[in-house]
Design a protein around this ligand. Structure first.
Ligand code: ZN
Ligand code: CU
Length: 484
């Protein structure tokens, strides 16, 4: 007979490893899973009988832009309500730290917040701010290449000089020493597009000795995607660092149908190097409005506009008609703006989502007043729509893609599995009911079927909503494991 804080009885446990479920009891003490078995005998305050429900490790959102949201809106409802217990921030080359701004944040750093939200000149300062905000979810962070460039360069439309690179590398090393997971880049954006491959190679060099990762929003997700993937893999190989391709997709109508080719390139690279990717389960992307992506054949909706706030929620086609102009001209006039691009084929997205190297990342934009529904829907949509209804993969595999696989690849040690001694990040859901509710028309809606979420052993969310207990922690880089 042992004592524990909570025991969850008769759960159908999917432990995250990819092994089939088993009906078991799981006991939690002091934030950790302390026992797993059937008919466990223990002294405890709280007993929950959850027969018929599935207990999984808390989901890990590997691709987020929650850097400032975890501090400004620490309840983190969009994520907690999906069963997410850990977010990885700092993706796509943009991070909240280390950042020193002299003016407005460059595009797309403005997705994270406004100039006065960027208050963290060092990674350690950001880490301390997260700890004192006590968000409801755990936070682990990458350092953004664009953020480093902006700290040390007078203009971003060129590659960095030797001296600038030294300064960037110093800041990256300092961040890695303070627990950063690695480096992210956003080479498609104009703020990083002029960076040479050598610039990235030089920056990526310190990653290997500390076991960091390199994640990248590729230089191209359209026609030149294979070259862009090659560049990413070259950077990874030369620096001996694992590569994670962010939100892998074939964007733009001319590129539809190329997912097999793209996945083949990924598989070839995986034979000799640690390579993976993440994906969100939607056939539309979202970011700041990029004139290069305006295509009259693609539905583009404007989610916000600084110059014309009144057109938020309208499609570019609608605006062009109303203003009696072309879509590209309308797009110019509404800048700076945010957009949702329906520029991905559902078939390609499904094929990428299904691939065994693919993790789940929402890429949600918490600052957007009319966000892409992925912010509130990604994880339940993968489980309910793509696993249960469409049978793209088993529930077991779906859970593996959002728990153990990301924990191992990003080095979130002691998380991502239901194992004795692991952190008690746990998500209880109804496998028959779980589904996303957020839509493009009505995107701010919690998903259905999440019954309970524990973060570090604390019950933080139930079907009735958040419990108002926030138990997230800052998670430092640990050892990474790449099995495939
Ligand atoms: Zn991106
Ligand atoms: Cu992103």
């Amino acid at each position: 007979m042992f004592s524990c804080d909570t025991i969850i009885r008769n759960a159908s446990v999917l432990d995250g490893s990819g092994c089939p479920s088993e009906v078991l009891d799981v006991a939690v003490r002091d934030g950790l899973i302390c026992a797993i078995g059937s008919g466990l005998k223990c002294h405890t305050q709280i007993v929950m009988d959850v027969q018929g429900l599935t207990l999984a490790p808390g989901f890990i959102d590997v691709h987020t832009h929650d850097d400032l949201a975890v501090i400004k809106s620490p309840a983190m409802l969009p994520k907690l309500s999906q069963g997410v217990t850990t977010v990885i921030v700092g993706n796509c080359g943009i991070s909240a730290s280390p950042v020193c701004l002299s003016g407005e944040p460059p595009d797309p750093m403005n997705l994270l917040g406004q100039a006065d939200d960027f208050r963290y000149p060092s990674f350690a300062a950001y880490r301390a701010a997260v700890a004192s905000a006590q968000p409801a979810v755990n936070v682990a962070a990458l350092v953004g290449h664009t953020a480093l460039r902006n700290n040390h360069m007078d203009r971003l439309d060129r590659t960095a000089t030797r001296a600038e690179l030294d300064a960037m590398r110093f800041q990256l090393q300092d961040s890695l020493d303070a627990g950063a997971l690695g480096l992210s880049s956003g080479l498609a954006y104009l703020s990083a597009n002029s960076a040479s491959t050598d610039e990235l190679l030089t920056l990526a060099q310190p990653l290997a000795s500390v076991g960091g990762v390199y994640t990248t929003h590729l230089r191209s997700e359209t026609e030149a995607i294979l070259d862009a993937m090659q560049e990413a893999f070259d950077i990874g190989r030369a620096s001996n660092t694992p590569v994670i391709v962010s939100h892998l997709k074939c964007a733009g109508i001319a590129n539809w149908g190329r997912s097999s080719e793209v996945l083949h390139a990924l598989e070839t690279a995986r034979i000799t190097h640690s390579v993976g990717c993440d994906c969100y389960p939607y056939a539309a992307g979202s970011s700041t409005l990029d004139l290069r992506q305006v295509d009259e054949r693609v539905e583009i909706s404007i989610t916000w506009s600084t110059s014309h706030p009144e057109i938020a929620g309208r499609s570019l086609a609608w605006i062009a008609t109303a203003w009696n102009t072309t879509q590209i001209e309308a797009a110019r006039r509404v800048q700076p703006a945010g957009a949702i691009y329906h520029s991905i084929s559902e078939q390609d997205m499904r094929r990428i989502l299904q691939h065994p190297a693919t993790m789940i990342g929402s890429d949600g934009l918490p600052n957007d007043p009319r966000p892409h529904p992925r912010l509130w829907g990604t994880f339940p949509r993968v489980l309910g729509r793509y696993s249960r209804e469409e049978k793209l993969f088993s529930l077991t595999e779906a859970v593996h893609k959002m728990t153990c696989m990301p924990a191992q690849r990003f080095g979130l040690e002691g998380r991502g599995l239901i194992r004795e001694g692991y952190s008690a990040d746990l998500t209880l859901f109804d496998p028959e009911q779980i589904i996303d509710i957020a839509t493009y028309a009505d995107p701010v809606q919690p998903a259905q079927g999440i019954e309970a979420v524990w973060v570090n052993g604390i019950l933080s969310y139930t079907a009735r909503g958040a419990t108002s207990k926030r138990a997230g922690r800052f998670v430092s880089r640990g050892r990474t494991t790449w099995l495939q």
